[in-house]
Design a binder for this molecule. Sequence first.
Ligand code: GLA
Ligand code: GLA
Length: 688
Amino acid sequence: MTANPSPAHRWIRWPAGDTSPRLGYGADYNPEQWPREVWKDDIRLMREAGVNIVSLAIFSWARLQPTADSWDFGWLDEVMDLLHAGGIAVDLATATASPPPWLTALHPEILPVTRTGETLWPGARQHWRPTSPVFRTHALRLVEELASRYANHSALAAWHVSNELGCHNVYDYSDDAARAFRIWLRERYGTLDALNHAWGTAFWSQHYSDWEQLLPPRLAASHPNPTQQLDFKRFSSDALRDHLRAERAVLSQITPDVPVTTNFMVMGETRGMDYASWAGDVDFVSNDHYVHPGPQGLDELSFSANLVSGIAGHRPWYLMEHSTSAVNWQHVNQAKLPGELARDSLLHVGHGADTVAFFQWRQSAAGAEKYHSAMVPHAGPDSEVFRAVTALGRTLQALAPVAGSTRKPARAGIVFDWDSWWTAEHDSHPTALLRYRQEALDWYSAFLALGVRADVVPTGTDFSGYDVLVAPVLHVVPTELAECLREFVETGGHLVTTYFSGIVDQHDHVHLGGHPGALRDLLGIRIEEFAPLPEGTEVRLDNGNRATLWTDAVTVTAPDVLTLARYADGPQTGRPALTRRAVGTGSAAYVSTRLGPEQLCGVLAQLLVAAGVDSELPEAARGRVDLTVRQNGGADFWFLANRTDAPVPLPGVEGELLAASAEPDHQAGTVVLPPRAVAVLRRPRSAA
Ligand code: GLA
Ligand code: GLA
């Protein structure tokens, strides 16, 4: 396995002379939306809230370069100076996220084109083609101007490349994209023969005889070639990363000592960017996260933050955006309950965030995001939100000793793989109902319910430190990955995988001879036919579980395979549904159907017993408290987040209370965590 590029890790450059450990606290700051008089008030309130860093100029291109050949930096100079005088550092954006009207009027050829051939017009934001040479030239010119102007400004703490690269423009099907895609394909395959083989073009008369014939998967008469689709996804992620690299190259030349980052979007269903492959291109990882309310909303926050930490190699990262309360872009935008603002923030800190920032500082009075919450809401500083913001600022100050500590690896890991995500959900598959991330999240929810810590780690991670590895719907398994999993099991690791795993190689070609091809021998099973279930139907297993989405016609092929449960009705009646094969001191287990988070608990508990992995939490807290642990040379920091709306006792949990978002109660010597509260305990460092 090729390891993921590891981030070099250069952290925020705090203002000279100030080396005391601290966590960052701040927001996106958009002063251009407000008259000058407000700016001084902003700085005063930021200080009151404990803000020490802001992201600036993210959407300022039109203000900084009002026309093709005029610049206006005066206002930004003033804001930079004001912030610096207020002791607030700046994560300065390169301002290239949203091209100004003069640029799109002059060069409409930078506008992205959808799969169906429609142009994405200006009027919103991020209306640029990642592969447009014209856009690139203009963007880099702006980067150069900004970098030269602020190179020596004392407030400059980090560079923020563009913003949420690919949020709205990840898939562009324009002629620029087609040209760049051809170059990418040439680099990947070298020859047309290799490409024709990889794409399986013998099928449906798709053989290519000239590179010029190759196109992005535009709207077609029927199912577009699956490998073409997969490669276009890989290419589109790489094209955005290429933009990041281009901006970074300019910055590194002018300000070699200033760290560079860009905000990833590891959250919800944002899937276009393979961030594991971007980690080496930033000095520190940053992420944006918004909660999607619902039964697994909080699990999803924890899952995403956890994966960010995995991408960051467990080193500290920067939470660039989350919300103080409601967002404006969901179907119904729910306000946060008291306590949730701090809990959500501190969950990220537990997962390794050393800076906590919000979108945005002051809630807009106009524009598409005027109903999105902020640190200073429409109501002004005399508000619940601002009081909660200020309280969080104090909590983060008390947590200064945590700064620079790394996240303590868990004994269990969940493997997350972008290729599998992209490929498993392609059209023309056994079912259109499969959701890759949901299956991974369900396993994570099961870990949370059992109170057992698990890391979410991208493929390419060194798995050798884990005792248990869950690889849900690991659909794309090239030979090296199969080897790596075999070695994991043979050296005593316990692997669990599920339906539709191990099916294809890196070109999306089926491993022949029976499923799950690449993992068949390791699991000691063979499947001749997939048997997905119709929507809304379920079948029973003989352990009482109810299964949906998928079943497999499993045959056991190795004598040492244990059948843990069988299908009790439906077409697979009597066949194995859950199997486990002991391999030396390790094991390889298979779950052939979708069980959902509650039922997975039972399955997981059984497997964890076999692996000797137990919860670190007292019984009373399991499922109700999300435990994350950070560590430095001297101490472990236990972040205990109450996931519920009721108090949770923590009998037997000891440590020095470093900080809490709400003061814990004490009942007969037992610490009781208030509803939705987070407490952080410092404890003597224990072995890994
Ligand atoms: C994204 C963007 C911000 C803002 C927020 C709103 O994360 O980066 O500019 O639009 O969403 O949630
Ligand atoms: C996407 C992003 C959010 C936000 C919205 C705005 O959903 O994930 O962060 O930017 O777009 O429309």
